[in-house]
Design a protein around this ligand. Structure first.
Ligand code: AQP
Length: 332
């Protein structure tokens, strides 16, 4: 079975629609066909300031949400990044292989650091994609299911793997992005040219999977649509309508092309109602499943300890090989 690895940050109380449709939904299906490793990346979550108590709660809640969304620890390896120290260890080696110029070209860093103020951005935020490269390479992943926004980081991962391999001998598998065309990018409901994002979106532009269904419906009703009245899929001129169609298609397992003709003679209000119904039909039972997992922290911890053990059994082999290739003296 080919191997996949992906991660998600515990930086909010709830994952959002973009996280699910861009990434986690694919994780769920890939666990049937692939040797799948999924992690809640808490090391990444401290790159932009955080509260320790909140981080701990969000990490547990993140795991509960992933389980509620359909990850099954019998079918995949689910773990917390900081439980596997090899991530930070390999990241150091990758830091030493990355050029300053190369790292400076990462657009996500540019976006996030300009929002925070360039002086306040941490070195951790700067090296974030390098830690991400280590996450992926440790597991010799063949593919990485992520949203479109992560494509550039994956390119860096491939470059670093290639550089390590050609400098020190073949050690790492070159991973390919796994970004399905449908629903690869969900945009902000209020600003439909920007990606939906937990840190950048306004509360009304963001749909959190764990929020009250009534609020979800309200946000969708007040989503920015576009001038005109026709319901057509035109990302350039009608990004708001295109986003709603993308969401509806994803939740009803149809293509946008199949959906559009049904709206002939109908208005934006009809489309919004259908989108809200579809999202809520998914979110309500999901929230109930998540609550069951949240109510049993002992079971969560047990499951995570098994996950970390499975992850370490792979990561430690790769790290030992990398340490050897780099020339570190083994401890006697
Ligand atoms: N709007 C989106 N559309 C599609 N996919 C998305 N992802 C995030 N936003 C969208 C995908 O979600 C996965 C996990 O993301 P992450 O935890 O790394 O967080 P992120 O990419 O940093 O997500 P946010 O919401 O944008 O957080 P902030 O605001 O903190 O940056 C990834 O696979 C990502 O592609």
């Amino acid at each position: 079975r080919p191997r996949v690895l992906s991660g998600i940050q515990p930086t909010a109380d709830s994952f959002h629609l973009g996280n699910y449709l861009g990434a986690v939904r694919n994780w769920v299906s890939l666990q049937e066909t692939h040797d799948a490793f999924y992690c809640v990346v808490d090391l990444h979550a401290i790159t932009a300031g955080h509260d320790p108590k909140m981080l701990r709660a969000r990490t547990r809640n993140g795991v509960a949400q992933l389980l509620g969304l359909g990850l099954d620890p019998e079918r995949c390896t689910l773990f917390v990044q900081s439980h596997v120290p090899e991530h930070a260890q390999l990241a150091w080696i990758m830091n030493c292989l990355t050029g300053m110029g190369e790292a400076s070209r990462m657009t996500q860093f540019k976006d996030k650091s300009s929002k925070q103020g360039a002086e306040r951005a941490t070195v951790g935020l700067f090296t974030y994609p390098i830690l991400q490269a280590a996450d992926i390479l440790l597991y010799q992943a063949d593919a990485v299911p992520v949203g479109e926004d992560q494509r550039q980081h994956l390119e860096l991962t491939r470059d670093l793997a290639q550089r390590f391999n050609s400098t020190f001998g073949k050690t790492f598998t070159l991973p390919a992005p796994y970004i399905p065309k449908a629903a690869a990018k969900i945009t902000d409901l209020q600003e439909p040219t920007a990606k939906m994002s937990k840190s950048a979106s306004t509360p009304n532009g963001l749909i959190e999977l764990m929020e009250d269904p009534k609020r979800i419906a309200k946000k969708i009703r007040s989503a920015v649509t576009d001038t005109g009245r026709d319901i057509v899929f035109d990302q350039e001129n009608k990004p708001g309508v295109a986003n709603l169609l993308t969401i509806l298609a994803a939740f009803t397992d149809r293509s946008v092309e199949e959906i559009v003709p049904g709206y002939e003679g109908k208005g934006y209000g009809d489309l919004k109602k259908d989108v809200a119904d579809a999202v809520i039909a998914f979110a309500e039972p999901m929230q109930q499943r998540v609550k069951l997992f949240q109510d049993d922290p002992a079971q969560l911890d047990k499951l995570l300890s098994t996950g970390a053990e499975k992850a370490r059994s792979v990561a430690s082999v790769t790290l030992a090989r990398a340490y050897d290739r780099v020339g570190f003296l083994p401890p006697a």
